[in-house]
Design a protein around this ligand. Structure first.
Ligand SMILES: [Zn+2]
Ligand SMILES: [Zn+2]
Length: 359
């Protein structure tokens, strides 16, 4: 059984039976039990990501946060560590080339030749999927599949982003969009996993959740301030007042897709601070204001980004999760609810992540 995009460009999903694929050379057949639902799936299905080379094909199967059990191996898998019966995860990149410049530098999340699961390669919203025996990620024993699934894209992306902040334990880091699907994982990994002091920024309704469940030590509620330059100034002052000497934070990880969050991020940074771009603004991209050469020079700012992460970072993310450092907030649904979940996602009505089951 597979959930296919029967009308790409719109939110429309049809459940249908399709032939079970056969694993080719260096591939395994995985019986998927759980799949997380990522905002990127929505972008691919509706062709909202204009920078992709072509629209998603009709009747494609989406999904890239899949967890399941290996039920068959193809030819030439002898030196793979993965065996029949193992639980494995399939990530945003179902496979990478390991030969291009990003891959050789250990940044496979930026692979020039990667196969995106659920775009031109059938994804994890189906019961049986073939995937690379060398790029699936082993799931640690004791880590429930429904918890592992949302970590394979959302968790991995923010873990990789936090590693790019050039911070040390005790440094202040701002997470913009702290209560969101990506943001709440960033708060947990940053505070409990990396010993950072996290300042969350989001709307007031998220404060209790991120303080009590995500390890956030300070919080700035955006909706307490007037919109516009005067309010922005007050928000910046509120952020800086938390830091030692009012100098600003060591890093800002922007987990929302709002251009405004990027513009303001540079104001929060201390000397030598780092901005990590994670949330991808939809539609026409607006340059980050204030990122002019003089300001960058005077502040010695670093501007970088995270796009998913590497296999090694995926393994580390799942280890942190298995230890209980990360407790993703998610709800479980049947695959039959997938179309409705995407509609709710488009309306911004999803709290945390959603996971569909395929048993
Ligand atoms: Zn994703
Ligand atoms: Zn590559």
């Amino acid at each position: 059984m597979a959930a296919v995009y029967n009308k790409p460009g719109e939110i429309s999903i049809k459940l249908q039976e399709i032939p079970t694929p056969e694993p080719g050379p260096r591939q395994v057949l995985v019986k998927i039990t759980h799949s997380g639902v990522c905002h990127s799936d929505l972008g691919i299905m509706t062709n909202a990501w204009k920078w992709l080379p072509e629209p998603v094909p009709a009747h494609q199967v989406g999904g890239h946060e899949g967890v399941g059990v290996v039920v068959k191996t193809g030819p030439d898998c002898e030196d793979s560590k993965v065996k029949v019966g193992d639980r494995v995860g399939i990530k945003y990149f179902a496979d990478v080339c390991l030969d291009c410049t990003p891959c050789k530098l250990g940044h496979e999340g930026f692979c020039f030749n990667g196969h995106v699961s659920g775009y031109l390669t059938p994804g994890t919203f189906q019961q049986y999927v073939v995937s690379s025996a060398y790029y699936v990620t082993p799931i640690p024993n004791g880590l429930p599949s429904e918890i592992a699934a949302p970590m394979l894209c959302g968790g991995l992306t923010v873990y990789s982003a936090l590693k790019k902040t050039n911070t040390k334990p005790g440094d202040w880091v701002v997470i913009s969009g702290a209560g969101g699907g990506l943001g709440h994982l960033a708060c947990q990994i940053g505070s409990r996993g990396m010993g950072l002091k996290i300042l969350g920024i989001d709307t007031q309704e998220k404060e209790v959740f991120v303080r009590e469940e995500c390890g956030v030590e300070a919080f700035v509620a955006l909706d307490k301030y007037p919109r516009g330059p005067a309010g922005d100034k007050e928000i910046t002052a509120a952020v800086k007042s938390v830091t030692e000497g009012g100098e600003g934070v060591a890093a800002v990880v922007v987990c929302t897709a709002a251009n405004a969050a990027y513009t303001q991020a540079l104001d929060f940074l201390r000397f030598g601070g780092t901005l990590v771009c994670v949330g991808i603004p939809e539609g026409t991209a607006v340059p980050i204001q204030k990122a002019d050469p003089t300001s960058i020079m005077l502040g010695l700012w670093h501007i970088t980004a995270s796009s998913v992460g590497s296999q090694q970072e995926a393994i580390e993310t799942l280890e942190l999760t298995a230890r209980g450092v990360v407790t993703p907030k998610f709800t479980m649904h049947r695959i039959e609810e997938l179309e409705d979940l995407f509609k709710r996602m488009e309306r911004g009505q999803i709290m945390g992540r959603t996971v569909v089951t395929l048993n």
